[in-house]
Write a protein of this length. Structure first.
Length: 89
């Protein structure tokens, strides 16, 4: 379940407009969970990476009821460039 199987996470990775080298240690990640076993990330057996970005929502301008409009994601362009990704002990 989502309570017994959780990936390791790292929040608040700095993002800048200009190229900036960012070093993240495995110890900086919050350990994951597999069943009742805590899994500390160390670079072994990587199955993938996931990224999430906070996206602002705005009232839908096409909605007819202004008192309780549905919300939609604010249109915007997001471009991420990863360069020279390296895994070091």
């Amino acid at each position: 379940t989502t309570e017994t199987c959780k990936p390791a996470q790292k929040l608040d990775i700095p993002i800048t407009m200009d190229w900036t080298q960012v070093n993240i240690l495995w110890a900086d990640f919050t350990p994951g969970l597999s069943g009742a076993t805590t899994v500390a990330p160390n670079g072994d057996n990587i199955a993938g990476f996931g990224w999430s970005v906070n996206v602002p929502f705005i009232p839908d301008p096409a909605a007819g009821d202004a008192s309780m409009p549905p919300y939609i994601a604010m249109p915007s362009d997001l471009i991420f460039n990863l360069d020279d990704l390296a895994f070091i002990p």
